[in-house]
Write a protein that binds this ligand. Sequence first.
Ligand code: X8Z
Ligand code: ZN
Length: 611
Amino acid sequence: MPVSSKIISTLFALSAMTAASTTVLAAPAKKPTVAEAERFLADTEERLNKLNNEQAKGAWVGSNFITDDTEAIASFFAERYLTAAGEAAIAARRFNGLKLPEASARKMMLLQQTLVFADAKEREQYAQLQAAMNGAYGKAKYCPKNADGTAGACMPLGEMEKVLANSRDEAKLKEMWTGWHAQSPAYKQKYTEYVALSNKGAKQMGFADTGAMWRAQYDMPPEAFSAEMERLWQQVKPLYDALHTYTRYKLRQTYGPDVVPLTGPIPAHLFGNMWSQSWNNLYPLLKPATGASSFDLSKVLEERKTDAKQMTQYAERFYTSLGMQKLPETFWERSLLTKPRDRDVVCHASAWPLNEKDDVRIKMCITPTAEDFTTIHHELGHIYYFLGYTKQPYLFRNGANDGFHEAIGDTIALSITPSYLQKVGLMDQAPDANADIGQLLERALSKVAILPFAYSVDKWRWDVYSGKTKPADYDKSWWQLREQYMGMKRPVAADANGAGFDAGAKYHVAADVPYARYFLADMLQFQFHRALCREAGYTGPLHRCSVYDNAKAGAKLQQMLAMGTSKPWPEELKAISGEDKIDGGALLDYFAPLKTWLDTQNAAFAAAEKK
Ligand code: X8Z
Ligand code: ZN
């Protein structure tokens, strides 16, 4: 959650906050000393820690019990935090240029990566808008009309996602897709006001705009970061293209050539997911004709009526097998693991540190599916990161960068292999090696499919924040990027008046959580996985490696978690993997056998089409 401008709950964005009252804007003339700088940091960390804990409680109730009152509570505490963080950022400027010990210099730099509002009214408005959009997303529902025109039962997002996952009725899919995307225009006006305010705050702190401030959080200049993202995308694009081509052929067989064209973008409602970011639900359509295992984890979990707590315990057991602590009692008492029947909550999964000790929680509407089985491992990755860096000072209690925070749980989930599932009694008999392609394909449907989505969400936002994309062009730009990177198009024509807000139908846009983190995490997790498997002494193919129960791999991981963001991320990456660059090579290695297979399949399909 907001893994950068504190709360750090893996999702509440607060990525970019802050504020300052005008009284602190004038810097005193006297040259400061190192001792003063150290005292300033100690006082500031104590103050921000306290306010951040309060802010986290406010945000927690705001997301767990969505009402007008909790929205006001959440924004009240967010604003107090913003005020203090802004004051600290401005005050820190006084020490710029002073030679400080490395850790203190890093803290000063981190303090200044934040929004600063000179005007208290604007700060208040900013916090209110953020809480309001978070609530609006959590409450949104699609209410179809009955055939006779009367109001039908309203559908929350989770129900609509289920239809998209399981139905092959094209009209029904289109209805779900358009039904959900009709909700976000309601908060488009709020979003545009919010963007303008946020930019003002970024400019106060010397950033060109909020997007530039986001890109400045990776221990390199913002322009260098944009270039890194593009370099990584070009590296993995051929693999995405191969998967997209294969998927097109299979979708054509299912929905026919009138719905799925032979060339050009594919309608976005056919991928089994509201945002077409993960195509796992298409696996039954896409699986290899021969050799694929018939094992279905969702079926096993459902048949055994695995409840939300048990799902979480499977994940906990993985982490404890690596030598990590058991989850604290309060985790079980205070987390939200199932969707409440009687109130609105933000169901999008998130992990939260509520204080600097061990009040950690998750909020997730868990169902017994393979997808949620993976997601719960993802969430506990955040939780064990929080628990791992508790001993760091306030400003270092964060991921090495936000991609690291997102990658930990995914790294662990890569170890959910058939042999692991067998060990924990979820699979009777491991499939033989012939089933590898099926297993790799299933994994690629989330790990490869998400790449252009994760890249283009923030490409869109960078242009929105820079002012290049104006509100009337939000949808135009969103779909231009979707087409260019993902090879997809809107299932029906966009609103002709430019009133649409399809980007806002994605949680991270409505809640303003940066998204490049997931793109980085997608590469990093394969680098981490390869490094941990090596540490465990494993030498076989990476997709069959599971580090379950391996204390050596666990210790290596724990070492990195404990560092928090105390060092620039390349140093932390080097410590765990020997590499100092984020790189798509590990991901490409992992999927190499699949790439060969996809190329062969695609060549055969192309030849058949020509006939
Ligand atoms: O938002 C998440 C996590 C919480 S940080 C469930 N993810 C992204 C998404 O759902 O869009 C994980 C994968 C990408
Ligand atoms: Zn996450």
